[in-house]
Design a binder for this molecule. Sequence first.
Ligand code: NAP
Length: 294
Amino acid sequence: MEYNLIDGKATATAIKKEIAEEVKKIVASGGKKPHLAAVLVGHDGGSETYVKNKVLSCEQCGFKSTLIRFEENVTEEELLACVYKLNEEEDIDGFIVQLPLPKHIDEQKIIMAVDYKKDVDGFHPINVGRMAIGLPCFISATPLGILTLLQHYKIETSGKKCVILGRSNIVGKPMAQLMMQKQYGDATVTVCHSHSATLKEECREADIIIAAIGRPEFVTADMVKEGAVVIDVGTTRVEDATRKQGFRLCGDVKFDEVASRCSYITPVPGGVGPMTICSLMKNTLAAGKKEFYK
Ligand code: NAP
């Protein structure tokens, strides 16, 4: 089957351009640039890259950005104090604390401390709850990016059978909520996880598969229905001596054998990843405009 490759990189670039245009207009009419702060703890390679790309995207969108760094041994109290300060700082419209955090810090405690009005990651329970009942709010960046991609490619989701692999708070659960809701996916949703007994069978019946489990090449051709739409969220670093960095990013889908069965499929990298950052920019613009909360 001739498949369509969903180009997340090009879509994200186009959306960031639109955001930059809007920021120009805001500034021209006397408004201020949206300001995003990012808090980075330690020196994890993946987190460093994500934060670097977020700062770069802020520049592309015409935003102001601030990076705050802490060493791995920062205490929970110090990090909480930083969050409280950012909550109060008037010039900062939104901020993120890059996850994962070191084991001695309670991630949930940090998430709860962020003012939900500045929670552009959409992780605070108020935003999660508002999203679940369909109220305006910051929607978690990866699921929002996937929705945007589906809309951008005019992929019909209403009434379709959608299988989501993974039930994490940042991807699987919010994705399921959004795909089920009338005003977003309007699909019939099944969520599978590591204890699902009929995962393969569920996948085989799916019109749309969204894989977010972090298991390289888990989804194989025998699990995919002819003509399905496959969205690969997985980004696992696998050793690769032929690459300069010594690794490559591997998705949850065995692309080479699955693609020919699909109507649409995302690549890794260049699919969901760039859209996640783009969604963070969308949320920051909304925060700057006080779109959801005064
Ligand atoms: P996570 O918190 O580790 O959750 C993984 C989920 O997958 C869990 O619900 C787990 O089930 C399920 N799972 C694990 N192994 C499984 C198996 N063999 N069969 C069925 N289900 C299985 O992961 P996450 O944070 O959601 O991230 C998932 C992947 O997406 C990772 O590769 C991550 O790097 C990537 N990611 C990419 C982006 C992006 O922008 N591209 C953003 C976020 C995450 P249990 O609940 O039963 O443990």
